[in-house]
Design a protein around this ligand. Structure first.
Ligand code: GDP
Ligand code: MG
Length: 424
């Protein structure tokens, strides 16, 4: 298997970073294909604990080349800050092991500013944005109103392009939101601060990848968020502004002709969701707080408490279908060890009728979870390293999910550390 995509099946935070860090040992290249600094991929390995936002999670493995593909929202400022932080913990980041696509578009300071201004305007109707500028960035990208990273290598052209963009963007900033206009001087300083530092990493990664694939290199695609946040297939408008699905991964990576031959869908053993939007299986009160505490469910990027609930089978089955997953990595099974009985949202009830379908987004708010329970195991499973070692009721829970979502669960993760998993 030369092309493997690691993708989220649900609302994000399933443990993709943890799985990428584990599986990079088998790959030569790791590529972030979409999304931006709003990601929070937690990795715990011998180098320490990291919450990666833009850097691919293969950055810790010697010999692995990490690429930020053309599909990402390239926030030079936050990327540089993140690089400095990761480097300070003894991880080498050089143009040898990190390459930035010259076709990646730049998330500019005003995208972050506009994200905040728009969420403030929406007030209680807000989408729950991480305010990293992702939505304004992608709208500008598709309006052809931002800059490609490769333009940094052509300063005269960049200056002219920037002046045109400023004139246009200041109309929105000042007239629509009543904010201060951005000056050319400010942008010049911003590019001098961050553009210059990152210039050595920018190259034609499409060409590099074409050669690498021809020479038999193995590629891992690291997606951000999950299928239910995909702009086309998710719970619109409570989605992110890019495609989180595996089919998009090679497009955003820089090798559009390729199709991933292995798609590992990451599923959490229960449901979590950050931000707004319908969340059928949601728990509230003490029950929710207990699960949140047990799973440490606070956003890696924002620190926001995550909404929690039992695993949602209709949503997960739909996510598996959108991702066309060949394998599942089921994470955080250890978190459920405190429960006497394991709750499952097996189906939805809509208008008095039960359904297996993940229904059209606007109908989700009227769905009620149809719950079932399975016996718990009530013991610490974080030391288990083989399928046989898992208590029978834990195995039965895994097998139930496998059957219900129709995809083989190849990995069961029982801890956040690299080696805390079972392969079956
Ligand atoms: P991502 O955005 O999909 O990469 O996931 P996050 O890193 O945002 O959230 C997953 C969280 O669960 C992180 O804090 C991980 O360290 C942690 N984690 C991952 N797998 C496991 C597991 O099997 N057990 C436990 N207890 N924690 C895990
Ligand atoms: Mg995350």
């Amino acid at each position: 298997m030369s092309h493997c995509a690691i993708v989220g099946i649900n609302w994000g935070d399933e443990g993709k970073g943890r799985m990428v860090d584990l599986l990079t040992s088998e790959y030569d290249i790791v590529i972030r294909c979409q999304g931006g600094g709003n990601a929070g991929h937690t990795v715990i390995n011998e180098k320490g604990k990291f919450a990666l936002h833009l850097l691919p999670s293969g950055i810790f493995r010697e010999g692995v080349v990490n690429i930020l593909g053309n599909g990402v929202a390239l926030d030079l400022e936050n990327l540089w800050i993140e690089m400095e932080d990761v480097r300070s913990k003894g991880v080498a980041i050089t143009p040898e092991n990190l390459k930035i696509s010259d076709r990646a578009s730049l998330l500019l300071p005003w995208h972050r500013q506009l994200d905040g201004l728009e969420e403030a305007r929406l007030a209680d109707k807000k989408y729950g944005s991480t305010k990293q500028g992702i939505a304004p960035f992608y709208s500008d990208k598709y309006q052809k109103k931002t800059i490609m990273a490769g333009e940094l290598l052509h300063p005269a052209h960049l200056k002219e392009h920037m002046a045109d963009l400023l004139e246009w963007k200041n109309l929105t900033l000042t007239s629509v939101y009543g904010a201060e206009a951005v000056t050319m001087e400010e942008m010049k300083n911003w590019f001098a601060d961050y553009g210059e530092k990152l210039k050595p990493f920018i190259c034609d990664t499409g060409k590099y990848l074409h050669e690498a694939v021809k020479n038999g290199k193995k590629v891992l695609y690291e997606a951000q968020l999950g299928a239910l946040r995909d702009v086309d297939y998710g719970i619109y408008p409570y989605v992110t502004s890019s495609n989180t699905i595996a089919a998009y991964a090679p497009v955003g990576a820089g090798i559009p002709g390729v199709r991933a031959d292995k798609v590992i869908g990451v599923v959490k053993a229960y449901s979590t969701c950050v931000g707004e939007g319908p969340f059928v299986a949601e728990w509230f009160g003490e029950e929710a707080e207990k699960l949140r505490q047990a799973g440490g469910e606070y956003g890696a990027k924002t620190g926001r408490p995550r909404r929690v609930g039992p695993i949602d089978i209709p949503a997960t089955r739909y996510g598996v279908q959108c991702q066309n997953a060949t394998d599942i990595a089921l994470t955080k099974l250890d978190v459920l060890s405190y429960m006497d009985e394991i709750p499952i949202c097996a189906r939805y009830e809509l208008d008095g009728k039960e359904t297996d379908d993940f229904v059209f987004p606007v109908l989700l708010q009227d769905c009620r979870p149809v719950l079932k329970t399975m016996p718990g195991w009530k013991c610490d499973i974080s030391g288990c390293r083989s399928w046989e070692e898992l208590p029978e009721s834990a195995r039965n829970y895994v097998l139930y999910i496998e059957e219900a979502i129709g995809c083989h669960i190849t990995y069961v993760s029982v801890g956040a550390e690299r080696d805390a998993y079972i392969e079956r």
